[in-house]
Design a protein around this ligand. Sequence first.
Ligand code: FES
Ligand SMILES: [Fe+2]
Length: 362
Amino acid sequence: MSNFADSIRNVQNYVRLPLLYEHWYVAGLCEEFGRTPKERRLLERSLVFYRTLDGRLVAAQNRCLHRSFPLSESTLEGDELVCGYHGIRYDPEGTIVRIPSQKRCPDRKLRTYPVVEQGPFVFIWMGDESADDSKLPAFPFLADPDMKTLYGEHRVEASYLLMQENLNDLTHFSYLHHNSAGFDDSFLALPTTVTETPEGVSCYRVERDPKRAGARLPPDVQARIGDRPVEQWDGGLALSPGVFKGDAPIKVGDPDSDDVEVFNRYIMHYLTPETRTTSHYWWSYTDDFTPSVEGLDEAMTEAFGKVFAEDAWAVDHMQKLLDNDHFDYQELVIGGDKAGLLFRRVVLGWVESEYGDGNTQR
Ligand code: FES
Ligand SMILES: [Fe+2]
């Protein structure tokens, strides 16, 4: 048993596990980064983001190699970052191209990080191993012009692991989101399927009652479903430390044949630790059936934002107690925690593969 194995038995220790670097995370929204250098703190590191003249996004260590001045407080000249303290210039690869006070440029490089833009999001690789493209989650629907994608963000004053446990848990919907999303106890009566696959841990509930399924859908979608047999899926798949893919289709059968009409919905959550106890949280909602009606996107974005702010609010409070209440006890485990507990084991595997030698310094 590794030194970390005990940590997953107790939430106080679980949220203090070292951060995982050998994965892709969301760094922000593409629209946030432009020609003005901007700081973002990710995984206990300060990074600077900017775009080159041809629009390429650069992510680099924010601390100037010379005296730790923040490059986010510096200027961009052409494609070169010019430190605001003594004028050292860096090209987009992080190479020092000029030191104004001397002729020689030492062979040192500012660390840069691979980034990939996908739909509205920037994904970043901060691992020491070279970027593993096979681990980059591919979400083509985010950029599909035939689908609607809405998105938003919240700050979370809590460990990203508490948010992941919240996403792996479908039993809080009927209480935390009862007023905002209309879930009630009937949702808890639905059978839950929890599966561990090589892709990750998945947890789903399927509503087959046409009335109850329809109650949370726009009226025109309810009308299209009519009296046909329906399966409305809720839940999703924890793919990586920072990505939860809510794959929540509505499948509508035809009573006279095997045909199934699928209304696709993807409710995605992207969590990126800022520190072990504070996190960035972005979400996106994509579907291929909501009509374009003036004002609807804004109303839906607000409604989703309200629901996800409740999750952030809940875990913020939990983190506060974990930090400040020193009455140490073992949390009660109930059936609905199954997916979250399975995910703890997956997290443990990732921690052991990064820190198996016990050295937690990065
Ligand atoms: S601190 Fe940046 S050039 Fe000196
Ligand atoms: Fe929730």
